[in-house]
Ligand binder design. Sequence first.
Ligand SMILES: Cc1cc2nc3c(=O)[nH]c(=O)nc-3n(C[C@H](O)[C@H](O)[C@H](O)COP(=O)(O)OP(=O)(O)OC[C@H]3O[C@@H](n4cnc5c(N)ncnc54)[C@H](O)[C@@H]3O)c2cc1C
Length: 233
Amino acid sequence: MESLNKEIMLKRVVKETSDIYSFVFEKPKDYIWDAGQHTIFKFKELKIPLAEDEKEHRIFSIASVKEEEDFMFSTRIVENCTNFKKNLLKLVPGDIMLIDKPMGKFLLEDLDKPTLLIAGGIGVTPMRAFLKDIELNNKKVKKIRLLYSDDRNEFAYKEELIGIGEKVKGIEVLLISNRETFINELDKFTSEYLNDAYYYISGSPGMNKMFTEKLIDMGVEKQNIKTDSFQGY
Ligand SMILES: Cc1cc2nc3c(=O)[nH]c(=O)nc-3n(C[C@H](O)[C@H](O)[C@H](O)COP(=O)(O)OP(=O)(O)OC[C@H]3O[C@@H](n4cnc5c(N)ncnc54)[C@H](O)[C@@H]3O)c2cc1C
């Protein structure tokens, strides 16, 4: 993959929850991306060899925005993880990763329309970028409600997201660990706005499918639903 040639230098690793880690890099020069985009990451040097059939790169959403000082992605690393993820845990400040150009069309397009952001677990990464973009660029929003679900009640960026919800007019942040509450919140939003709103869903392909079907059952038209599918989970 020839275009994986932009170097980024690690500054620090932040443990967000029991298994979500944020990798914070120096912001690469001359690298411009939009909130919600992702790119491809590769190690400059591996500390543990990859498994024989393992890909040498992974896609991660860029969780930070270009107005921030740092460049960041966050990922789930479970005990029984791939060697790629084991290499991530071996990274120390000063280490280099390589990235490709930014890509993806999971972008907030119309801030004048009410928008429901539905994030499952690690699917919150592009949502963080959306909210930081609005906060740091003082963008005017009609209504953006983030429903961030995690069954284990562990939320990455918790204080930061709650802070944005309190500070920025038009943004509401709900961190939810109970599935019934989550469905009730979906019901509440669709009853109020139905097709006068956009719906953004981000998480594992299974979760995206489940919520897309649920919204369609509730009467939301497919054209109002956008998904960012974290293939690989
Ligand atoms: C557009 C897009 C955006 C994405 N954004 C993000 C993001 O922001 N953050 C993020 O974390 N991911 C994101 N992903 C997904 C990411 O690219 C990886 O696919 C994902 O993190 C899984 O990584 P992994 O393959 O190293 O597996 P792991 O995370 O290590 O493992 C995934 C699962 O497979 C199991 N497993 C691992 N190895 C084995 C094995 N050898 N045998 C059997 N089971 C095994 C693990 O126990 C675990 O349950 C995104 C994907 C796309 C397409």
